[in-house]
Design a protein around this ligand. Structure first.
Ligand SMILES: Nc1ncnc2c1ncn2[C@@H]1O[C@H](COP(=O)(O)OP(=O)(O)OP(=O)(O)O)[C@@H](O)[C@H]1O
Length: 532
């Protein structure tokens, strides 16, 4: 993500207004310098009117500058809002498109709330500060040079003196900070060990030894801390001395000019006051640039997106797609073959239960059907169309722990799409939820992740959603394994009566029940599917 990408989001009028406000605001050093330096022009011959006009103009000038500063902040906030919305919106958009259930949701949420905050404070905001500082620096430098070139240059050059400090002390400051950081890390792990291992320490009566050992690390750490602070004091002393020289020497040179009648005292005061606004902001600018670099990695991940959701053709309610696995082989690596040349025709409406001991590849098979994984060899087709990595619109996947949104049952069913209450209720009736939760269930909310409804009810809300969306193939991965026997029977009765293909992966089943309901039982073993 480059600066020009961000500017593209901002309206041109806003950019223009920001530039104008920044330019006016950058006169703050110049305005103050003009006001104070001109004080020397007043004496016992000045009239009250002159004083009044002078103060009024000063107030007006400063008012304009401060107004521009405030305006700049307002406009900056507006620009930040626009940039934040674009940044977060585009990221969410991208993730909505590419994420799947296996991705870590918390890292994405943290990115939006932490990483993007950092991009705002350490990149976007600093861009404004950087431009403001550079403008202030240029405006003040021009003003100083207009007042008097040699004295102006002298002030500017000397005001760079404090920059010597980092050159002299930089290495020492970094080294002492690094030593303290290391010692502090060692002390931290010692203390952590001490408290974590307290049971063993007590058992072996080693309190004194462990305490002494830890305290020796504490001493080392505190000595390093003192050294680091002392080198900062030394650096500060040098900076103060250099700062003093940086204005006193050019001031002396300026007064020499005044004494010899080359310039007025007002000019020296003016240059003196404004010179502070030349190098100071330049110094800040280089700090801003360094700070902005820290967000480089985060920004590298962010790409410009064009918001455009794909319009998928709605599912044909009368479609009866067949699911075909054609010579499918899959392996996670050279020695990790999971499926070997599996060919299976699953006509629409079939009910399958796939069992197999742990690690045989049942979940892998469901992931392949969903397009999360691609067969190493062979094809998976739904209605004779290859399943892409986007998955198929005809599929619904129901896992052991269905996720419910912190909203009403209506929202959980429709996910914001348009369905009538009648359609929703008819489906909820079919999965037995109307009888259990009452006729007003559509408006009921069940807290974050649907915690206040039972596991069986959650499963059925997911099943109801699949039916409402007209899904033609429903995959269930251990969906009933956390339910008791009664609920498992109840859910299976529902899914086996659904007008769609159902493929359930399960460890627990009743062979007789499967036969009674014409459910095909496949066992996955050694990479092949055997019909039991
Ligand atoms: N992303 C992956 N990379 C490498 N190996 C994997 C990956 N995912 C799963 N495996 C391995 O593939 C094998 C099959 O895993 P899978 O989860 O499909 O088995 P499963 O039959 O569903 O097991 P369970 O009944 O315990 O859920 C296991 O040995 C597993 O460790």
């Amino acid at each position: 993500m480059k600066l020009k990408d961000n500017l593209k989001w901002l309206p041109k009028t806003l950019i223009g207004m920001i530039i104008v406000a920044m330019v006016v605001a950058s006169f703050d050093g110049v305005a103050l310098s003009m006001i104070i330096s001109n004080v020397t022009k007043f004496n016992q011959h000045s009239t009250n009117k002159e004083v009044f006009i002078y103060i009024s103009l000063s107030i007006l000038g400063m008012f304009l500058v401060y107004l521009a500063m405030v305006l700049k902040e307002y406009l900056k906030n507006r620009a930040l809002k626009i940039m934040n919305i674009h940044l977060k919106r585009d990221y969410i958009y991208e993730q909505v498109q590419i994420s799947n259930v296996k991705d870590d949701a918390s890292s994405k949420v943290s990115k939006i709330f932490n990483d993007f905050k950092l991009v705002e404070t350490d990149y976007f905001t600093l861009i404004f500060e950087l431009i403001g500082s550079l403008l202030t620096s240029v405006v003040s430098a021009v003003y100083i040079l207009i007042l008097n070139v040699p004295i102006g240059l002298l002030f500017i050059l000397f005001s760079m003196l404090p920059m010597i400090t980092p050159k002299v002390f930089g290495a020492k400051l970094t080294a002492t900070a690094q030593i303290w950081q290391n010692d502090s890390g060692r002390f931290l792990s010692k203390v952590t060990d001490l408290f974590r291992g307290i049971n063993s320490i007590r058992t072996y009566r080693a309190q004194k030894e462990m305490y002494d050992d830890t305290i020796s690390y504490l001493n080392t750490e505190e000595i390093a801390y003192e050294k680091m602070n002392n080198s900062q004091v030394e650096a500060m002393f040098l900076t103060i001395m250099l700062s003093m020289i940086s204005f006193l020497l050019p001031l002396g040179a300026g007064l020499f000019f005044v004494a010899n009648g080359y310039i007025s005292a007002a000019v020296v005061i003016g240059i003196f006051l404004a010179s502070d606004r030349v190098v100071g902001p330049l110094r800040s600018s280089s700090q801003y640039l360094n700070q902005m670099k820290t967000t480089e990695n985060i920004r590298k991940d962010l790409r410009e997106q064009v918001i455009q959701f794909k319009d998928e053709a709605p599912l044909d309610p009368n479609a009866e797609p067949e699911l075909d696995l054609v010579n499918v082989s899959f392996s996670y690596g050279p020695n990790k073959q999971i499926l070997k040349d599996v060919t299976l025709k699953i006509p629409f409406g079939s009910k399958l239960l796939i069992s197999g001991s742990s690690g045989k590849g049942k979940t892998t098979l469901l992931n392949l059907i969903q397009g999360f994984l691609t067969p190493t060899v062979g094809d998976i087709e739904i209605a004779k169309k290859l399943v892409s990595s986007d998955g198929s619109n005809a599929l619904a996947y129901i896992r052991q722990e269905p996720y419910l949104f912190d909203d009403t049952i209506r929202f959980n069913l429709t996910l914001g799409k348009t369905f009538t209450d009648e359609e929703c209720l008819a489906i909820l009736q079919r999965v037995g939820l109307v009888a259990e939760l009452g006729p007003d269930l559509l408006d009921q909310t069940y807290g974050e992740n649907g915690n206040s409804i039972s596991g069986g009810q959650r499963q059925r809300i997911e099943i109801a959603r699949a039916l409402l969306f007209n899904k033609k193939i429903i995959l269930l991965d251990e969906a009933t394994s956390s339910l008791d026997e009664n609920l498992t029977h109840q859910i299976r009765k529902i899914i086996w009566s659904l007008p769609c293909t159902v493929i359930e992966v399960a460890h627990q089943y009743d062979q007789q029940e499967l036969q009674d309901n014409q459910v095909l039982h496949y066992q996955l073993d050694g990479g092949t599917m055997k019909l039991i």
